[in-house]
Design a binder for this molecule. Structure first.
Ligand code: ZN
Length: 585
């Protein structure tokens, strides 16, 4: 069995701790940084020639690339073994170094933002391959304040916004949840991660108990957490609407995602119109299959009969790679490349970082993938997801360092598409109707959690920002959240009163306003692509690969249009919902 167990990666292919290569690269990085800083004087005195400008941008790229490479090693080394103190101290020293380097090179960005439009335009034209990177920095000019104002905001953020966020994190990370709902438990309290395992329990009373335990604490602290949220929203609106003159709170996020307001409005409109009916039918069917009189909120992620099938790592990798290959040979080859390059760590090991990820260092290197492979169906999907990311970044390898990573709304395209390919294959091969139904329900749970749920969070945030601007109390915010849940589920689910406080338990809403809609965007985009694939077959392949190969080298809508996709309007998003319906019927 041992030679068939999941592989470990070989991080020494990147660096080894204490090695000469590592010391050498740190030394080179410091030299490059000093050389770059010496340009500062030139920029203070006069505009650079096109040659000097090209040189500057390329030097900046090579500094960023080397910093990225060293930081990646620090992060991967630590992920391998989170109890390794040397790894942990190297990680903090790299964090420190990256922060210092960012400060040192910041002058370039500030100078570039301040340069007059004509001069900037003609310099930009001399470097067409960096166009999106350079344009993007200047896109914030109209929302940038004067240097002293920016400095004051930075300083006051540390004791303002950031202090509030760390207060929220400290309070909520300390929560211990009562475990007395577990009959065979030892009575010791659970942290949130341990508690959330019970949301997917086979036993209805354990699911209900876990949610009760979760919201007992959050509703107790709801008024305090809600006050923190009010202060954060007021700070956000003061800074971004009054001072920076963004058109709306959500408009700040649109700018960052480089998406037009109308595209996201259309996405949320369609989610709002379709969610209740489509997911409502799913919940109804799920209750029937589970033999429940009706579905309660706590049964939402209840599993069907357990799928006991196991796949050895070899079988799992073969399966995922062959599914990718059937879609496109290059995709299969690039997925396999990760394992063959020994960049895949799927071993079951103590002290590994939890969760799964794909780390893309730079356009030229094969990405690194970490997960824990237990041989269950879920692990096949994790493998397909992370290898999908790895395929994406290898396809985008022709772009420069600043533009090879896809922007947030497109970042999950290949990973989610990879899961769809695998799901379709497993469904075709399913041996029993139950197996097929289990797969469909898994896809629907995922669709609800990523599309429906996240879109309604975003809708709540829009409402909450309006209400707080108008002076609403914390109880009024909870009331608005309750109305949001009612609009989302209608009569399809029975929701206990304590779910009024669910919103204070969602860190994204506090930390990164309106971030959540990118989840719905990405997932629904892939479903819509899947709809085209079902209708047109291999005609989609080339367009999808083209989209992936462009990485993050242009605004998301421009890339979609180039690949012949879109417009991203109501009809496009509705096609995505048709795919969700097709999982069930
Ligand atoms: Zn992902």
């Amino acid at each position: 069995m041992s030679d068939l167990s999941p592989p470990e990666w070989d991080l020494s292919l990147l660096y080894t701790p204490e090695s000469r290569e590592l010391k050498n690269d740190l030394h080179i990085l410091n030299q490059k940084r000093e050389a770059f800083v010496s340009f500062r004087e030139l920029l203070d005195q006069r505009a650079p020639t096109p040659e000097e400008f090209g040189n500057l941008v390329r030097q900046l790229e090579s500094i960023s690339l080397l910093t990225g490479r060293l930081s990646a090693f620090a992060c991967l080394w630590f992920s391998e073994n989170t109890s390794d103190q040397k790894a942990s101290s190297f990680l903090s020293s790299m964090d420190q170094l990256s922060a210092e380097i960012n400060n040192d090179i910041l002058f370039f960005e500030l100078w570039w933002k301040k340069l007059n439009p004509e001069a900037a335009g003609s310099l930009r034209k001399t470097l067409p391959e960096y166009d999106y990177f350079l344009t993007n920095i200047r896109a914030y000019v109209e929302h940038t304040l004067t240097e002293p104002e920016e400095k004051i905001i930075n300083l006051k953020d540390v004791t303002g916004r950031e202090a509030l966020l760390s207060l929220y994190d400290t309070l909520t990370n300390r929560y211990q949840f009562d475990s007395s709902f577990i009959p065979e438990g030892d009575g010791r309290p659970l942290n949130r991660e341990q508690l959330s395992v019970y949301f997917r329990s086979h036993k209805p009373e354990l699911r209900a108990g876990a949610y009760r335990s979760l919201y007992r604490i959050y509703s107790q602290d709801g008024p305090i957490l809600g006050q923190i949220y009010q202060a954060l929203v007021r700070d956000f609106s003061l800074e971004n609407l009054r001072l920076r003159r963004y058109p709306s709170p959500i408009g700040v996020r649109h700018k960052y995602n480089d998406l037009p307001q109308e595209t996201v409005a259309s996405l949320l409109r369609v989610c709002q119109a379709k969610s209740q009916a489509i997911f409502g039918r799913y919940f109804h069917k799920k209750a029937q299959v589970l033999g429940l009189p009706g579905l309660r909120r706590c049964d939402l992620y209840a599993p069907l009969a357990e799928d006991k099938r196991q796949w050895t790592f070899e079988e799992g990798l073969d399966l995922v790679v062959s599914c990718f290959k059937d879609f496109d040979p290059q995709m299969g080859r690039l997925a396999l490349n990760v394992a063959q390059s020994r960049h895949l760590d799927a071993q079951i090991r103590a002290n590994k970082r939890s969760g799964a990820f794909c780390y893309s260092l730079d356009p030229q290197s094969v990405p690194w993938v970490m997960m824990t492979y237990n041989g269950r169906r879920n692990d096949l999907f994790t493998l397909a997801h992370e290898l999908g990311h790895a395929v994406h970044s290898q396809l985008a390898g022709a772009n420069n360092y600043f533009q090879f990573q896809a922007c947030l709304p497109l970042a999950e395209t290949a990973s989610t598409f990879g899961e769809m390919i695998l799901a379709a294959h497993l469904k075709r091969k399913a041996r029993t109707e139950d197996e097929k139904l289990g797969l469909s329900f898994m896809m629907l749970d995922d669709a609800y959690a990523t599309v429906g749920r996240q879109a309604f969070f975003a809708l709540f945030e829009i409402k909450a920002h309006e209400l707080i601007e108008a002076g609403a109390t914390v109880d009024e915010l909870s009331e608005a959240y309750w109305a949001n849940l009612k609009a989302q589920f209608g009569q399809a689910l029975e929701i206990p009163e304590d779910f009024r406080w669910e919103w204070v338990s969602i860190p994204h809403i506090f930390h990164t306003p309106f971030y959540v809609y990118a989840y719905s965007f990405g997932q629904l985009l892939v479903y819509s692509l899947w709809r085209i694939f079902e209708k047109e077959g291999s005609a989609l392949t080339g367009r999808l690969l083209k989209l992936l190969a462009r990485g993050g080298s242009a605004p998301p809508l421009a890339l979609a249009a180039e690949a012949g996709l879109g417009p991203l309007d109501d009809e496009f998003w509705s096609n995505g919902f048709e795919v969700i319906e097709s999982f069930l019927f």
